[in-house]
Design a protein around this ligand. Structure first.
Ligand SMILES: [Fe+2]
Ligand SMILES: [Fe+2]
Length: 195
């Protein structure tokens, strides 16, 4: 397989994962990776596919995260470039494969941040990304007990590797997630359902 398509990635992801939340996370990361690739004049399809597939093994093999994905993707004939990129998001957490390409640094930087952005959107009355401001996320960033699972140290390390400020990175994540807001349930439909 020279160049896995979005369809390949989505079918493979669904084969291994049932969780709606994990699918939403995959779609959020894909959306942000596409946006970041566009901003940088990079290969949007490749960045998107890598974002979509990065947590492939997480539901079935949480204790072998990254290692199992590497095994599965290699079995399925995925290119080494894609495998390296996917695995490197677990650098110093579940692998010693370091992010080197810009695409890999981007993935590393935004993976956890999509969680913080999602959590921030959900506590606002609109429950929407469309009116979410960088400063709202910044405020929640400082509150370490809020969405504590979103590891600020990792995000900071990723932003530094990428050479962007946290505020700028938050802006890119919000913009990237907006494109898939409806799929994430973060387009205001949840607030409408509450009313
Ligand atoms: Fe992961
Ligand atoms: Fe992830």
């Amino acid at each position: 397989m020279d160049r896995p398509t979005r369809e390949d990635a989505l079918a493979l992801f669904r084969e291994f994962n049932q969780s709606e939340n994990l699918l939403k996370h995959a779609l959020a990361v894909e959306g942000v990776m596409r946006h970041m690739a566009r901003l940088r004049g990079e290969d949007e399809e490749k960045w998107g596919v890598i974002g979509l597939i990065h947590d492939l093994d997480y539901e079935r093999y949480p204790d072998q995260h990254c290692a199992k994905t590497e095994e599965i993707l290699r079995e399925r004939g995925w290119p080494e470039e894609y495998i390296h990129a996917v695995v490197s998001h677990g650098w110093e957490i579940c692998t010693d494969v370091e992010p080197t390409h810009t695409m890999e640094k981007a993935l590393y930087a935004i993976d956890e941040l999509t969680g913080l952005v999602t959590a921030t959107a959900l506590v606002r009355p609109s429950k929407s990304l469309h009116d979410l401001k960088v400063k709202s996320v910044k405020k929640k960033w400082k509150d370490k007990s809020f969405a504590a699972g979103a590891n600020r140290e990792i995000i900071e390390k990723g932003a530094a590797m990428l050479g962007v400020e946290i505020a700028e990175l938050i802006g890119e994540v919000i913009e990237g997630m907006k494109a898939v807001a409806a799929d994430l349930g973060l387009d205001g439909s949840l607030a409408a359902a509450d009313a």
